[in-house]
Design a protein around this ligand. Structure first.
Ligand code: FMN
Length: 169
């Protein structure tokens, strides 16, 4: 799939088939996430691959809009490691770029996913940190829920001419 096609046809997928995702494919997805641009190439991140059904089902207890994880074969928590930062504060952008790369790789592979937000909601950060034993210097940014799609996707152009400014506001 061409990169522009993946960008334009990606949509959040919240319903999944009862079908596993191979380790090989998971590694490919992680490889796409880890090649994202980062400030000074700091790559101050960690990825937690979650395929344990009980853990996936438990996420709704502390992340109210991530309940679909209970019916997904896979979730990936993308975390910033503050102790690895060379340029403090950029971890949010770095991990966001990784999250988007992951979503596009998912789309290119025919999978479906939804980005569920963690940082900066304190209760979600606490929930993920406690349930996945994160060290103090590690902050979860996003939890991407992934599976083989069990829903139709609707693609719509969102280009808005009025949001584009040339040379000045
Ligand atoms: C930072 C962020 C947090 C999000 N959190 C959630 C969430 O908790 N639950 C959810 O179902 N979708 C979540 N989404 C997905 C958005 O709802 C979705 O991207 C948006 O409605 C646009 O739809 P699309 O992804 O199909 O283009 C989040 C997206 C972003 C970027």
């Amino acid at each position: 799939m061409e990169v522009l096609e993946a960008i334009h046809t990606r949509r959040s997928v919240r319903k999944y088939q009862d079908k596993p995702i191979s380790d090989e494919l998971i590694k490919e997805l992680l490889g796409a996430a880890m090649v994202a641009p980062t400030a000074g190439n700091q790559q101050a991140w960690h990825y937690i691959v979650v395929d344990d059904h009980e853990k996936l089902a438990g996420v709704k207890e502390y992340s109210e809009y991530a309940g679909m994880a209970a019916n997904a074969p896979l979730g990936i928590i993308i975390c910033g490691d503050l102790s690895l930062e060379k340029y403090p504060g950029y971890w949010v952008q770095d991990c966001s770029a990784a999250t988007q790369n992951l979503l596009l790789a998912v789309r290119a592979k025919g999978l479906g996913a939804v980005w569920t937000g963690v940082h900066p909601i304190e209760s979600r950060i606490k929930g993920f940190s406690e349930n996945f034993n994160l060290p103090e210097n590690v902050v979860p940014l996003s939890f991407v829920i992934i599976g083989w799609p069990a829903q139709e996707q609707k693609y719509k152009d969102r280009y808005k001419e009025e949001r584009v400014h040339k040379n000045t506001w």
